[in-house]
Design a protein around this ligand. Sequence first.
Ligand code: ACM
Length: 798
Amino acid sequence: MIHGLKTLRLAAALLLGGGIVHAETPLPLIPMPAEARSMPGTLAIGTHTVIAFAPGDTAAEAAATYFAAELRRSRGLALTVSASAHAPRGAIVFATEPTNPVDAREGYTLDVDGNGVRVAARDGAGLFYGAVTLWQLASADGRQGDTAITDVAIRDWPRFAWRGLMLDVVRHFQSVAEVKQAIDAMAEHKLNVLHWHLSDDQGWRIEIKRYPNLTAIGGWRTPPGAGTHGEPDRYGGFYTQRQIRDVVAYAAARHITVVPELDMPGHAQAAVAAYPDIVGVNGDRPAVSVDWGVNPYLYNVDEKSFTFIEHVLDEVMALFPSTYIHLGGDEAVKDQWKDSRAVQAKMTSLNIASENALQSWFTDRLGDYLGKHGRRLIGWDEILEGGLPRTASVMSWRGVQGAIDAARQDHDVVLAPAGWMYFDNHQSDRADEPSGRLSVLPLERVYGFEPVDASLTPEQARHVLGTEATLWSELLPSERHVQHALFPRLDAMAEVAWSPVEVRDWKGFLQRLPAQMRRYAALDIAASDTAFAPAIHLDDTVPAMLDSGKATVRLDNQTGFGTLRYTTDGSMPTVASSAYSAPFTVSLPATVRAIAIAPDGTPLAAVRSRIVDRDHLLTRRNGEFMKCPDGGLGLRLPLLPDLGDMAATTYDVDLFHSCWLYPKAPLDGVSRVRVEAARLARNYGLAHEQSKVVSYPSKTPNGELEIHQDTCAGPLLASLPLPPGKALGERFVLDGDLARASGQHDLCMRVTAPIDGPLYGLGSVKLLAPNDPQSRTTPPDVVPAHAETQRPHSRSPQ
Ligand code: ACM
């Protein structure tokens, strides 16, 4: 047996910036194989290389064909795949091998030596994952054309059977091509379950022939600000059954099972909008929702409703061969059931004591229906609340307790806890993160997730099927947003899902990431560089910097990985620029620019810049404010909900408290304030949490932006009336006097507009002295434009 891949290294000689850099780099594989050994020697792969499989070995042919296609896609290298009993020396051979030493399902062996490459496995999935590993070896340099791979011996198999990714195509739709891109990425990470969230309050995305209104009506919504500022007149889309079959087949060819989710009994508004008389509870005829969050609409529990759901499930089962069908079950606030006499009468007749128990009964009945058709139900952990339906498996999202409880009750579980696996959370508190949730889920935290809770017995632990990352898409309105949220956190997740605990190693993972970032660049995937992006800190107080005309600059990045190189003269930093080792001083005005470079010379992050001058020292922009003490639910929003431009201004809001803190504002000599603000949609269903929203009395018809000294209860320094009008997406400038104060003070900035009206966001707040020009807008101090900061520059061709 072979042990200890962590310590194995292959020497890489990389040509960079005109010089040759020799660096020790680890085997460029993610997820890390169970066992691997690298050896001296390399094998050339080029147009001459033959890819072969034995005639009739269809699994080997499929894996060989996939490998060839990946090689062509990533490095433009087109190799011949051929059936041949006797492959020539130097060939890449794929072979099904019933006696392969790796006898775990989906496992494989991969050997590279002077004779060539041999990928072998007992099953087709194993051969496929061998092909993925081989492709990773052959694409690690991110370049085009011929390559060479290191000699290795790998024995590999997955830790978990369920290695999932959830795509929410309801809140923001993804085309078939985009879904296939996600499938491609899943395959390249050895993930095998695509959980496809196809229905919710904001849309119904799967054609059901028997109920055409589900898509004709339920597939479309009229969004806030429709038709203005680039917001579409209507938003939506759906997949025809033909498209669904195509996606399922595309996934199956990559050993990925598609598990469809139809969310019920809650998150039902689009279905109710389409068929209010069949599935609605109370006769309401709502439109498809434009509110994110928790909406009140539930499926009815009468026979009409069940017949409808069963008909829908019949068509769903015909399209998806998956054993599991996901029926949601999350966030079903029960008000409509509580208020319905018919539902209450049904509960009485069934001797059901609570609405939660009614949800269990509802889920159990549908679980039985699926069971009769040879399928199984999986649902979010709320299905535990009224007693776990007999046949159900549980997907734990509100932490890990749901998984623990279900496993103890002998039910299978999948771990998708929000605190580790919800990729709509931001990756850092950087101001240049795109729209998303302001709670931070860094790469390292994903990497550190352990799906099997230590409290489970070995018997209970066997119920842990695996883990899943989710991409709720309210704040991911474009494919670029999706890619930024997914990568490279999906790499961390893949290693959690695949690799044995013994080979997981955060430091080693970081060493292997540059190769992955090069692959992303080669494939034009806009992976986030957040984990490496230089942060440019100023360590002196603003008054001290203005007094002395000097600033102490400190650089760091989130992971501490890579070398930070910088310039202070406005020029673009390169691998030859000064390497940062300790804080340094600049004289104002200055422009500091920085990049991060991996030990092997790969650029890890796009250039970040900061202008240090009086104008910028007296201005704070969105993302640089802090939250007020009573804060609750922080989001970074686009101007309107469906605008997909990553480079556009975003606005941080707290749904429960329209308040921001400007920390340590330098108020000496300041007499005015200039605020760039925007009127945003308040499109959130908060259900029973609505009462948490803080409101303040207003003095003018549209409310004000109030600025208080020190705390929100402190002296009122300014009260800037908000402009008339209700048009969403409108931007405006508030310019007014600020009561004189001296020294540095936190400023509480809060909005007194009615909480049943729009939200407001702040683009920037600028402090002005009496003789400062009033109308100038300070350009952002983060340049180049945001869009350019999303991915490392690819290496220049040699
Ligand atoms: C969920 O995040 N509501 C499952």
